[in-house]
Design a protein around this ligand. Structure first.
Ligand code: CS2
Ligand code: MG
Length: 402
């Protein structure tokens, strides 16, 4: 059996997605997500110019060998562009293997560990009252876990808070918007938000919060401590994690569980965080960390250190990645939670899929492969549009962290 053709499909049904389609001579094809928010065309070029020409004619069932070929063989290891490109090919090959076997990919990984994946939804509000309304509406929709973000008085815009409750889009059309940031205002405001949310809904629902890497380690430690009475499921990306040691300081001061890793690309980015048990949840995703083949290694490494998965699942991860995440989460023994920001109906039409939300859990029917497709004709009607995440500047104009 041979790989006959591989193509990259770029489409923008409201936001940009890059998809890989691997076609075999056996009449089956596989899909992989290759979307890297704000850097989409770099991955497409990497695939088109440097990966695809090396793969045509190979046996698509040699998933491990192709992974090692693309990772070890390239000389230049790791990095978001490389690992997203490898991930896309890897996902597509697992999809093909599932179709050949007539089984969902989770069966190939070792079968179901659970009936569905507990997800967390996004409750956002421009102020506390709006955020609390959004929490109520998520509870009414059956969500068992809810991330809460709100506007901060004194800051005109806060990332992760939409213009309407419950919705925000990570990227904006055009060049990167600039937002201003003030850590002191944020730190004053956030514990108060969670005090009010707990007062309004009690301790039943799981609550989560994302600090988007904006804090220093000591600021993160103080926020974690201030949030302890409100019993969070996790505090996410409290500080930038290039220096994995930074989390040791946070850990010394707080028992609020910590999550990190949505921007990591390999096990090497989280090895120390996991082995020293400095985090509780690893957010590294299939699309940005080398596909199912590599994320399985991360999850297994995490399992022996009692770290659970909590994959990134914002709207910039396509339904192809979500389908892979659902298959993965049904199997992985140390699954923790899955982020869910539902795509709109147009994205769902471009990527028809088999997973769905039922009473706060993502479930899927048994279909061969990943259980997702692409409507190429519809996709072609929405060409790429330049779009970026915002950047953050401090009050004095200096650039600040993501
Ligand atoms: C966020 C995302 O979902 C999350 O936890 O951090 O909005 C993230 O910033 C974007 O997906 C980046 O592309
Ligand atoms: Mg995040």
């Amino acid at each position: 059996m041979k790989i006959e053709q591989i193509k990259t499909i770029v489409t923008c049904p409201g936001r940009n997605f890059v998809t890989v389609k691997v076609v075999t001579d056996a009449g089956v094809y596989g899909l992989g997500d290759a979307t890297l928010n704000g850097r989409e065309l770099a991955v497409r070029t990497y695939l088109d110019e440097h990966v695809i020409p090396c793969l045509t004619g190979r046996d698509p069932r040699r998933i491990e060998d192709i992974w090692q070929y693309l990772y070890r063989g390239a000389y230049w290891r790791r990095g978001p562009v490389t690992m997203t490109a490898i991930a896309a090919i890897d996902m597509a090959l697992w999809d093909i293997l599932g179709k050949l076997a007539g089984m969902p990919v989770y069966q190939l990984l070792g079968g179901r560990s659970r009936h569905g994946l507990m997800v967390y939804g996004h409750a956002t509000g421009r102020d506390h009252a709006e955020a609390i309304d959004a929490v109520h509406s998520h509870i009414a929709q059956g969500y068992k876990a809810i991330r809460v973000q709100s506007g901060v008085p004194g800051l005109s815009k806060v990332y992760g808070v939409g213009t309407q409750p419950g919705h925000y889009e990570p990227a904006q059309k055009g060049l990167p918007p600039e937002e201003s940031w003030d850590t002191a205002l944020y730190l004053r405001h956030t514990p108060e938000l969670f005090r009010k949310v707990r007062e309004a809904v009690g301790f039943g629902p799981h609550l989560l919060h994302d600090a988007h890497h904006r804090l220093t380690p000591i600021e993160a430690a103080s926020l974690g401590k201030a949030l302890e009475p409100f019993s969070l499921f996790w505090l996410e990306d409290a500080t930038p994690a290039e220096n994995q040691e930074a989390f040791r300081l946070i850990r010394q001061h707080t028992t609020t569980p910590l999550a990190a890793g949505e921007i990591f690309n390999s096990l090497w980015d989280c090895k120390d965080l996991i082995s020293h048990q400095l985090i509780d949840y690893i957010r590294t995703t299939i699309v940005h960390a080398g596909g199912i083949t590599h994320v399985r290694r991360i999850a297994d490494f995490a399992a022996i250190h009692q770290v659970r998965t909590g994959f990134h699942g914002a709207t910039d991860l396509s339904p192809v990645c979500m389908a892979a995440a659902v298959n993965f989460g049904l199997w992985t023994p140390n699954f923790g939670i899955q982020e869910l920001m539902p795509h709109g109906s147009l994205v769902d039409a471009v990527f028809p899929h088999n997973y769905r939300l039922e009473d706060g859990y993502l479930v899927m029917d048994d279909v061969p492969g990943l259980g997702v497709d692409i409507d190429e004709r519809l996709a072609a009607r929405y060409p790429y549009e330049r779009a970026y995440l915002p950047v953050a500047r401090l009050r004095d104009g200096a650039m600040w962290n993501w």
